[in-house]
Design a protein around this ligand. Structure first.
Ligand SMILES: C[S@@+](CC[C@H](N)C(=O)[O-])C[C@H]1O[C@@H](n2cnc3c(N)ncnc32)[C@H](O)[C@@H]1O
Length: 194
């Protein structure tokens, strides 16, 4: 899918798409590396968009690994699946991650790489999706997501960060990726070992 088509999806539903263009290569690499994709057996991606992060996860993942992408927009899910035949891309709500893993005989995943636009979501949706992420992670599993620097001071972005701290044993952030448009950083959050 061309960037202009992604922009069209943004115009159709800005609150769900949350970005005017796909993540750049540096941010995609940092997301996958920070998540621990090179050592993961089962990876889940929330909000694949056009599939740029999906491609990078496949590049870094062990050959025995399994990647399940969840994308709520049917056109974008189809575009990601066409770009990334080695991933299983489902046109599903990320909140259903655990149920979708269990339907495939999996007890959970080692990491979640999220592209969801958290700062554009109302509180109830942030809660639902974060609770779904925690439930889908195996003990000790890692959740990563990006945040745009210009949006960090907004109430929704601050609320999201606080919610990460309430649900995970340890959280942190990377340096900024200034070359991304717009500049962004990556949050990581580790689920307790149990
Ligand atoms: C900011 S875009 C990120 C796309 C891509 N990961 C990237 O970094 O370029 C967010 C994506 O999340 C998807 N999305 C929003 N809410 C979702 C949900 N509840 N479940 C799955 N996907 C969702 C949108 O359709 C959109 O494709």
């Amino acid at each position: 899918m061309r960037p202009i088509d992604f922009f069209r999806e943004f115009l159709r539903d800005p609150g769900q798409t949350g970005a005017v263009m796909p993540s750049g290569p540096g941010l995609c690499r940092l997301l996958a590396k920070t998540a621990g994709v090179p050592k993961a057996d089962v990876v889940v991606e929330f909000g694949t968009g056009t599939g740029v992060v999906t491609q990078e996860i496949l590049r870094q993942m062990p050959s025995t690994g399994r990647l399940i992408g969840l994308e709520i927009n049917e056109d974008l899910a189809r575009a990601t699946q066409a770009l990334c035949p080695d991933a299983e891309v489902l046109n599903e709500n990320a909140a259903k991650a655990l149920e979708l893993l269990q339907a495939r005989g999996l007890d959970g995943c080692d990491c979640i790489v999220s592209g969801l636009p958290w700062a554009a979501f109302p509180e109830v949706l942030q809660d639902e999706l974060l609770d779904g992420a925690v439930a889908a992670l195996r003990p000790g599993g890692r959740f990563v997501t990006f945040a745009y620097l210009h949006a960090l001071p907004t109430p929704a972005a601050r609320r999201f960060k606080a919610k990460l701290g309430q649900r995970f044993g340890a959280i942190g952030k990377t340096e900024a990726v200034w070359a991304n448009v717009p500049p962004a950083l990556v949050y990581w959050a580790d689920k307790d070992e149990g």
